[in-house]
Design a protein around this ligand. Structure first.
Ligand code: PLP
Length: 381
């Protein structure tokens, strides 16, 4: 490995994030791109380019660029394959009616990426460079951002960081890659939101106190998949996890945060406890719901409160929140010896009025259909 002197290092750091653009010689044809944009499945197709930057313990960040989307070449000994030193983010670029392209609260994703990096002993990406990386990629691949007329379509952006050093020693890696890829995304629910069914598991735990639950890292997802498989085996679409200590307090639904709408108008979500991931959508729903006149509560909510509230009618609606699906209505909860239907399924496919209102309010903001009074939008292109 090349060691750089102090002086060279200063130069490297200054030049670190210039996002040199290497346009690919064989971009997708306009027809091929149009075919993808006509019906984008989530996370299946990727744009022509990607961002990469490399970090070494001696040289810091260098070589940031926008380059052709292509496979990476890594040693089989790269630390990420063995010890899961990896983090990621997920956010969307939205095309507005005037053709401009915007991100929703990307500063929050940047800050969360920093926090996740700290927890996984990965280097920091300066938060303004994180946003600059998104802008660099979206500027080059702007034609891949679906048009405003296509409803809830967007360009999903996936920043990530992996330990690339070829070394099996157990310590924070000395070589790391930061990247951003982008994937056109259609509406999560093709025919409008439909309530999903949830399996309430107590046999699989997603995250533990002091663990990595509050960081956005691949390891959390790997450890949640057995719970998801259990849900599917029991005829449900998604899984709800409880806390690791008492197996009693609700934490998350799959990779989404969860909300309860009470018949009296209150809205509650599990309080952040160190093992729940703090969603940008979650934070935004809390503010928007309060604006809409709902008392909002962040507190511990037990699985029994959920069941009892649905039985008694105190809980009128349940939904989950996350960037990919925005707001997912929950229509049913099942567990090893029980099964409950939530809300009135004769009305509007079972999507409750409060869930619908919050979902519409959020989407209208993201797509620029209502004024951005909180400065939540950042222009990318
Ligand atoms: C990403 C994520 C969420 C949702 O976060 P958003 O910022 O709203 O997309 C919720 N839970 C987990 C575990 C996540 O990884």
């Amino acid at each position: 490995m090349r060691r750089v002197t102090g002086e060279q290092q200063a130069t490297v750091v200054t030049d670190a994030w210039d996002f040199a653009v290497e346009l690919r010689s064989d971009p997708a044809s306009a027809e091929a791109r149009a075919a993808v944009l006509a019906d984008p499945a989530f996370g299946q197709s990727f744009t022509d380019h990607m961002v990469v930057a490399n970090w070494t313990v001696d040289g810091g960040w260098q070589g940031s660029k926008v380059t052709a989307y292509a496979p990476l070449s890594l040693s089989p000994a790269a630390a990420v394959f063995h010890y899961s030193q990896e983090i990621f983010e997920g956010l969307k670029a939205y095309r507005h009616a005037d053709g401009s392209v915007w991100a929703f609260r990307p500063d929050r994703n940047a800050a969360r990426f920093s926090a996740s990096a700290a927890r996984l002993a990965l280097p920091q990406v300066p938060e303004d460079e994180f946003v600059a990386a998104l802008r660099a990629l979206v500027t080059v691949d702007e034609a891949w951002v679906p048009s405003a007329e296509d409803g809830e379509t967007s360009l999903y952006l996936r920043p990530y960081m992996i330990a690339t050093e070829a070394a099996l020693s157990v310590r924070p890696a000395h070589e790391v890659l930061f990247g951003v890829i982008a994937s056109p995304a259609g509406p999560y629910f093709n025919t409008g939101p439909k309530p999903v069914s949830i399996w309430l598991t107590t046999s699989t735990i997603r995250a533990t106190p002091g663990g990595t639950g509050a960081a956005k890292c691949g390891g959390n997802y790997a450890s949640s998949l057995a719970g998801l498989a259990e849900a599917v085996a029991n005829g449900c679409e998604q899984v709800a996890f409880v806390d690791a200590v008492e197996h009693k307090w609700l934490e998350e639904i799959g990779s989404m945060n969860m909300f309860f709408v009470y018949a009296d108008g209150r809205i509650a979500t599990p309080e952040l406890n160190g093992s729940i991931l703090e969603g940008v959508t979650r934070a935004s729903v809390l503010e928007l719901a309060a604006d809409l006149g709902h008392p909002v509560e962040e507190r511990r909510i037990s699985a029994d409160e959920w069941k009892d509230g649905v039985r008694s009618g105190d809980i009128a609606e349940v939904f989950a929140s996350g960037t990919a699906a925005v707001i997912t209505p929950i229509g049913r909860v099942a567990w090893p010896d029980g099964d409950l239907t939530i809300g009135d399924h004769s009305v509007d496919h079972g999507v409750g009025p409060v869930t619908t209102k919050i979902r519409t309010t959020l989407l209208d903001l993201q797509y620029g259909r209502t004024p951005d009074t909180r400065n939540w939008l950042t222009r990318l292109a």
